[in-house]
Design a binder for this molecule. Structure first.
Ligand code: PEP
Length: 264
């Protein structure tokens, strides 16, 4: 089981998706380490490169405050699962985080709520902090079904977990219509969704859990809109795709999160 957060965390995680070869990824990681310099950011920062780049990026991050994360894992620790990677293997490479249930896997690779729940438990078992992604597609928002989807996905992922286990996770609210589209959710939309997630978590796992669980927003976060999102007390950070592929923009987002921690 992973360690629970000592307090509600603030985290900015870069999801590099299927971008960058190992040497390119290591170069980007080194740029970020340079930008951090001697600073002690008041937020956690994680980089989630593709599997083949994990080792090189881990090497580049060594001795820095930045964490290594992966984008996916298989529920089993080992076995006849051609092409898959286990949490045990990721932990052995130095990963601290793993993204679970990203919409590109739910909607593009057929991952259902049950598989996401298995992966969440596997991450905890293998000593990783899962970043559990939930979010509605555009048609669901337009049909006023956002709350229903968020409750279903959260309930399915967390049912049966105790508070200590839930506190060793991070949730990412990622409206699918905002991912990679340049159409960011408003602060009000993010706040409302995060409040639904907190209420669901408290109901499913136990009262008081949600107040100590980090909930990130993800979906077209960039250097220009991050500070406004982080200023809302419901938003504990961001899962960042496109804007994490360039060191200056990602660093500006992380800096905005760090400043929000100081202000809060
Ligand atoms: C993501 O991939 O999780 C994401 C939020 O992407 P983008 O920031 O590009 O919308």
């Amino acid at each position: 089981m992973t360690r629970p957060w000592p307090r509600r965390p603030r985290l900015v995680a870069g999801n590099w998706k299927m971008h960058k070869t190992a040497p390119e990824a290591a170069a980007l990681a080194r740029e970020l380490v340079m930008l951090v310099g001697g600073a002690r950011p008041r937020c956690e920062i994680a980089l989630c490169p593709p599997f083949p780049a994990l080792s090189a990026v881990g090497e580049a991050l060594r001795g820095s405050p930045l964490h290594l994360g992966a984008q996916n894992l298989h529920p089993a620790t080992h076995g006849a699962f051609t092409g898959e990677v286990s949490g045990l293997m990721l932990a052995a490479l130095g990963c601290r985080f793993v993204i679970v249930g990203h919409s590109e896997r739910r909607h593009g690779m057929g991952e259902n709520d049950e598989l996401v729940a298995q992966k969440l438990r596997a991450a905890l078992r293998d000593g990783l902090t899962p970043i559990v992604c939930v979010g509605e597609i555009l048609a669901e928002r337009e049909a006023d079904r956002t709350a229903e989807v968020l409750v279903r996905q959260t309930q399915a992922a967390y049912a049966g977990l105790d508070s200590a286990a839930a506190l060793a996770t991070v949730i990412a609210y990622e409206p699918v219509w905002a991912i990679g589209t340049g159409r960011v959710a408003t602060v009000e939309q993010a706040r409302e969704a995060h409040q639904i997630l907190r209420a669901t978590l408290d109901r499913v796992v136990g009262q008081g859990t949600a107040a100590r669980t980090g909930i990130l927003y993800g979906g077209s976060v960039n250097a220009a809109n991050a500070a406004a999102l982080f200023a809302d007390e419901e938003v504990d950070g961001a899962l960042v795709g496109g804007a994490s592929l360039e060191s200056a923009s990602f660093w500006r987002i992380a800096s905005a999160a760090s400043s929000a921690t100081e202000a809060g």
